[in-house]
Ligand binder design. Structure first.
Ligand code: DTR
Ligand code: ZN
Ligand code: ZN
Length: 471
């Protein structure tokens, strides 16, 4: 059948990296890490909170973005970072912020691949009503102690870690919006995920993860799961903190929160303790958001989960691990088209074909006229794999007959053809096929699937459920 007209070809490319430290694709979870993530000392996190409380005390009881309490908060965080070896940038917010608001503070640890940046941020400003210890001394202090711990441990990094303390969040996410808006599109594309921490020590709180089912959230969720906390989606905070600024530009985001003025349900109180029917933070935006309005246990668990996520995302993968989970992202084509590139118009749920599992697939060629279509993505084959196999399901249907190949399907790694099939291999349904990628262990390669047709009699190549397996 002729399924549609026009538009170019589809090719599938998987990139296996070569040489030194493989950069892991944005959504893939590394196989293993060299060292266990450190335990972040919650007494030190509380030490930073004490300083922020004292700063508010000297400045009319608040740290609002336009006041001296905010500027002193910036100076404190900056001084601690600089003493640990960070280069710190104060970014004045020159558009969209409240008049007189202080700057954003940005600090990057100068190691790892600068083209793969993982950002961790918290707003450093508070409301006028009080010192803002839970909102958001908690996120600010946990992030600062994580930055200092990273510097002190100084592990070998494969990816880049950047920290941000935002101005003027309380007036409308203005500091973070200015930051993301001001980046070039090239620099924005380097940010593989942004993690936000706002209100992570609510006294009657719950354990909430932003976009909990996303791949960005995987390490955040995994850490709290490992503590048996059974985290839930942060529905209350959705669109209400600085992660939203990054979301607006399509950057994957996640983060932790323990909740604000919404009330704890009885199911949540059974699961986590605390008072059902009361606000997660009874002092939200009030003068009582002081040092006594801090849940030390929650703050400790969030601080350690931040470290776990930094280590999962950025610390050098251990050689010897062969965790292939997530090496091919969106291999079932169920969640949009990313990270596939090329002729992504071939991806979707279309009438005339069906998925192997789920509802979506990639349908390459099938026009009955001269044509090539390709889709690709970069794939890292873990260095520790003694065998690695790319599996995929392929359905070939054709109007050609006989055993002469006229229309072809190829699988390529970095341009090298590893498999070729044709109309002569057509059958009635999906067949699982595989390609040996063992030779690419330790490399990141472009993996490409391509369908090519001659001038008449269509052949469609339908691909679904692509995955990398060890063994
Ligand atoms: N950005 C918060 C607002 C907020 C409201 N609900 C939640 C829940 C979890 C975290 C944050 C929030 C503020 O700064 O006020
Ligand atoms: Zn907040
Ligand atoms: Zn607030």
């Amino acid at each position: 059948m002729i399924r549609r007209f026009a538009v170019a070809s589809v090719s599938l490319a998987v990139v296996l990296g070569c040489g030194t430290l493989p950069a892991v694709a944005a959504d893939s979870v590394p196989a293993a890490v060299t060292a266990a993530a450190p335990d972040v000392d919650v007494t030190k996190v509380k030490g930073h909170l004490n300083e922020l409380s004292a700063i508010a005390g000297r400045n009319g009881g608040n740290r609002r973005s336009t006041g001296q309490g905010y500027r002193d908060s910036v100076a404190y965080v900056k001084g601690r970072l600089q003493a640990a070896g960070y280069t710190v940038t104060e970014q004045p917010c020159t558009s969209g912020c409240t008049s007189g608001a202080g700057p954003n503070l940005i600090a990057e640890w100068p190691q790892g691949d600068a083209a793969n940046v993982y950002m961790f941020g918290a707003h450093l400003d508070g409301v006028s009503a009080g010192p803002g210890m839970n909102d958001n001394g908690s996120g600010s202090a946990a992030l600062l102690e994580n930055a200092l711990t990273l510097a002190q441990q100084n592990p070998t990094l494969r990816n880049r870690v950047r920290f941000a303390w935002w101005t003027d969040e309380e007036q409308g996410l203005n500091g973070s919006d200015f930051y993301v808006r001001s980046l070039s599109s090239a620099d924005r594309a380097k940010i593989k995920a942004y993690y936000n921490f706002d209100m992570i020590a609510s006294t009657n709180g719950g354990y909430f993860v932003n976009h909990i089912t996303s791949s960005a959230a995987a390490p955040m969720k995994a850490y709290w799961d490992s503590l048996g906390l059974r985290p839930e989606e942060n529905t209350e905070g959705a669109g209400r903190s600085d992660d939203y600024s990054f979301e607006q530009y399509g950057i994957p985001t996640s983060g932790y929160a323990m909740g604000a003025s919404a009330r704890k349900t009885s199911a949540q109180a059974s699961k986590w303790g605390g008072t059902a029917g009361s606000a997660y933070d009874p002092c939200y935006h009030r003068s009582c958001d002081t040092l006594t309005n801090i849940n030390t246990t929650g703050l400790d668990r969030a601080s350690d989960g931040i470290a776990y996520t930094i280590w999962q995302r950025a610390v050098l993968a251990e050689t010897g691990g062969c965790d292939t989970a997530g090496a091919v992202a969106n291999g079932g084509f169920e969640s949009g088209t990313a990270p596939w590139t090329g002729d992504t118009g071939s991806i979707g749920a279309r009438s005339g074909q069906s998925a192997h599992t789920g509802t979506r697939f990639a349908w390459l060629a099938g026009y009955g006229s001269t044509r090539t279509e390709s889709i690709s993505q970069t794939v890292t084959v873990p260095a520790g794999c003694t065998r690695a196999t790319l599996n995929y399901w392929l359905r070939i249907d054709t109007d050609e007959s006989g055993s002469t190949p006229y229309d072809r399907f190829t699988v390529k790694a970095d341009g090298t053809t590893l498999a070729t099939l044709s109309n002569a291999d057509a059958g009635s349904g999906y067949v699982q096929r595989s390609v040996d990628l063992t030779a690419y262990a330790g490399r990141t390669v472009t993996l490409a699937f391509t369908g090519t047709e001659d001038s008449s009699l269509q052949t469609g190549f339908v691909v679904d459920d692509v995955s990398l397996q060890s063994g």
